[in-house]
Design a binder for this molecule. Structure first.
Ligand SMILES: [Zn+2]
Length: 183
């Protein structure tokens, strides 16, 4: 088999995803990732919890957030595909809410979906609330930060096994905290 053909076959089989974080083999592994998310924080970092709500007026959010983040998070906008530098972020660390700093995902929950948006196959427990929206003809599951209510993206069921989930997240709604600040 030619190298190119082999690479293509491997990509089709889903092996290309292993170039970044390979999802765990089973749900027990996913539960471990969820349980151990704090190990992805830099030493000595304190982070807020979902039980400390942040409630601001729309005008206050407009002042606090960059324009693109405000549009996505407070007006349920969607950033242009491929525009986020976080698509290529592969360092160990935490993806937190750009609005309130709540930790949402670890780097080990991220995978290369090829969609042009940062994508994750699971989430830190309690980070999000969901609702159905009907902006397109079919209903979609919208999800937003449990602490500040900021819109982050949509949840799809075409992610990698074992969860089968794809959290399709706007990069401007995220703030990456590298585990090692020096890298
Ligand atoms: Zn938030």
């Amino acid at each position: 088999m030619e190298r190119r053909t082999l690479l293509k076959a491997l990509a089709l089989a889903g092996f290309a995803r292993q170039a970044s974080a390979a999802p765990p083999a089973n749900m027990k592994g996913v539960e471990e990732l969820q349980k151990n998310w704090k190990t992805f924080l830099p030493a000595g970092t304190t982070v807020p919890s979902p039980t400390e709500p942040v409630k601001l007026s729309k005008d206050e959010w407009r002042k606090r957030l960059p324009a693109e983040s405000f549009h996505v998070m407070r007006e349920e906008g969607t950033e242009r595909a491929g525009s986020s530098p976080l698509n290529d972020e592969k360092r160990p660390g935490i993806f937190a809410c750009a609005g309130c700093g709540l930790p949402l995902f670890t780097s080990a929950m991220k995978f290369d979906s090829g969609t042009g948006w940062p994508s994750f196959f699971t989430v830190i427990p309690g980070a999000f609330e969901t609702k159905k929206d009907h902006y397109l003809i079919y209903p979609r599951t919208e999800y937003h930060c449990a602490r500040c209510g900021g819109h982050h993206g949509h949840l799809f069921d075409d992610g990698p096994q074992p969860t089968g989930l794809r959290y399709c997240n706007n990069g401007v709604a995220l703030k990456f905290i590298p585990k090692d600040a020096k890298t």
